[in-house]
Design a binder for this molecule. Structure first.
Ligand code: ZN
Length: 266
């Protein structure tokens, strides 16, 4: 049975955020809460899948998101030649996930059809829904579609043996999560369905939302698809650095191994 290793590249961070910026109606809104940014690589014995492509640093800096490591440097550190990558999963089209589309020149990209309809449809007339998208990156998706390099799939999709994509919506109309078979069981890479563990643990919504009821319902879907609460990975939580080891000492704070059992470092 095919199993996958999960690697996270911490490509950017924002240490100026507060709980009030991150969570709706937080009782302690001025307390600091760092927002980290991860993108991922899934590796099996004979295959590599890239999940999301990080953030264009020039766009990130406009919002105070400072690059830690470029995703191409992260891929190189993991022994990946971007020219050889054939499969890239885009969990949604927010700009902190689309920054390096052109660094993967031979890949086919996979995304929810609903996300593409959303980012090219009438909701984008509303500033509150379009603010985490950049039109040049959405245009790149259109070009990739016309080049036959973007596959827009339905809500449930098998990416590979042991990896499936599941629509949850909420954070944006086409947000998806990934269910990944690892040596220790089924892990759910929640992407931005969970920015922080706290959302799942307390049932609270993140501030960037298209549909809050779908966002909260996603917590149940995540719970159903993961083997346990210790098999769930949020996308922006600095706690990941405490729970999972770096791949090597020189990659501390930059590349983590997420398919292992989470353990608080002693
Ligand atoms: Zn997002």
């Amino acid at each position: 049975m095919k199993t996958w290793e999960i690697y996270a590249i911490r490509h950017a961070t924002n240490e100026t955020r507060t709980r009030g910026v991150n969570f709706i109606s937080d009782p302690d809104p001025t307390a600091p809460l760092t927002l980290d940014f991860f993108c991922w690589v899934l590796k099996s014995d004979d295959d590599v899948i890239v999940v999301d492509t990080g953030i264009d640093p020039a766009k990130g800096e406009r919002n105070g998101h400072i690059q830690v490591m470029s995703p191409p440097d992260g891929w190189a550190a993991l022994g990946i030649d971007p020219e050889q990558v054939s499969t890239v999963v885009l969990t949604h089209a927010h700009y902190d996930h689309l920054g390096y589309l052109d660094a993967l020149p031979n890949a086919t990209f996979y995304m929810q059809a609903e996300e593409m309809a959303y980012v090219t449809g009438p909701w984008m007339e509303k500033p509150c829904f379009r603010h985490a998208y950049w039109p040049d990156e959405i245009a790149r998706l259109v070009h990739l579609l016309y080049d036959g390099r973007l596959h827009l799939h339905g809500r449930e999709f098998d990416v590979a043996d042991g990896i499936s994509a599941h629509w949850v919506g909420g954070h944006c109309a086409g947000q998806e999560i990934l269910r990944i078979r690892t040596k220790r069981g089924w892990v759910v890479l929640a992407s931005d369905a969970l920015h922080y563990y706290e959302e799942y643990q307390r049932g609270i919504p993140f501030t960037v939302a298209f549909n809050i009821s779908d966002m909260i319902a996603a917590h149940d879907r995540i719970r159903d698809l993961a083997d346990s609460d210790d098999h769930i990975l949020p996308a922006h939580d600095p706690r990941l650095l405490d729970l999972y080891p770096a791949v090597s000492p020189d990659m501390a704070g930059r590349i983590l191994r997420l398919d292992l059992r989470p353990e608080v470092a002693s």
